[in-house]
Write a protein that binds this ligand. Structure first.
Ligand SMILES: CC(C)(COP(=O)(O)OP(=O)(O)OC[C@H]1O[C@@H](n2cnc3c(N)ncnc32)[C@H](O)[C@@H]1OP(=O)(O)O)[C@@H](O)C(=O)NCCC(=O)NCCS
Length: 197
């Protein structure tokens, strides 16, 4: 008798190797598809995701399981804020959530050479995105630093009432050391890392 793994809850499903790595242009389509099936993240053009996977590859990460893209963190260092990592979009396949994958991808990015001068992390969230808020509030706790919230893009003024307000979460200042990055998420046996410099 065969068992369809999708019928099992996450705790019952057999664990398989996860690989977190630097994105490449050939990941663009899979990243776009993952974004399209995720609630709370805006779907942008494929071209946008090709830029993430090339220009912003060193500050982004993809996660794969059995050759399938199951996670993406797209981030960049804003030109006028060289000490800040701005996390643009995070998405994890619904079947892979609540296992530390988003936090492991953030850890992978922060451990990279491109982040050696990073002292703050910024992102924006809508008021109702509890999962994303929890991801970043626990990150601040683990880095042992404050999290400050303010409205960056206002529903009426910036989105013409077509989109909820985006709240800026600013985490920091923190020191990135081997010890602090290790506290973000413990090394998980089933997760491999692969960095392309
Ligand atoms: C937000 C999202 C990326 C989190 O990914 P994830 O891999 O499940 O997150 P992690 O497992 O690394 O969890 C990090 C922390 O957030 C908590 N968390 C994650 N999802 C949660 C939820 N739905 N409700 C409450 N807490 C949640 C985890 O418990 C963990 O905290 P802990 O260490 O105290 O237990 C995922 O839910 C997702 O893809 N959502 C849809 C897209 C989205 O909203 N993206 C963010 C806006 S760009």
């Amino acid at each position: 008798m065969s068992i369809f793994q999708g019928d099992l809850n996450p705790q019952e499903r057999p664990r398989s190797k996860l690989n977190i790595r630097t994105p490449q242009a050939t990941d663009g389509v899979a990243v776009h598809n993952l974004i399209r099936k995720s609630a709370f993240v805006d779907d942008n053009s494929l071209y946008c995701y090709l830029l993430v996977c090339t220009h912003f590859a060193m500050t982004s990460a993809v996660a794969e399981r059995n050759g399938e893209t199951v996670g993406i963190v797209s981030a960049y260092i804003p030109p006028l804020q060289p000490d800040t990592l701005f996390v643009w979009q995070v998405a994890v396949d619904p079947l892979m959530r609540r296992r530390g994958l988003a936090r492991s991808m953030l850890k992978f990015i922060l451990q990279g050479e491109a982040c050696r001068n990073i002292r703050h992390i910024e992102t924006t969230v809508t008021a109702d995105n509890g999962a994303s808020r929890k991801l970043f509030s626990t990150l601040a706790e683990k880095l042992g630093c404050p999290l400050h919230e303010s409205v960056l893009f206002n529903r009426r003024e910036h989105f013409l009432n077509l989109h909820d307000s985006e709240h800026l979460l600013r985490i920091g200042p923190f020191e990135l050391t081997a010890r602090t990055t290790e506290t973000i998420h413990p090394i998980a046996q089933e997760i491999q890392h692969e960095r392309h410099l």
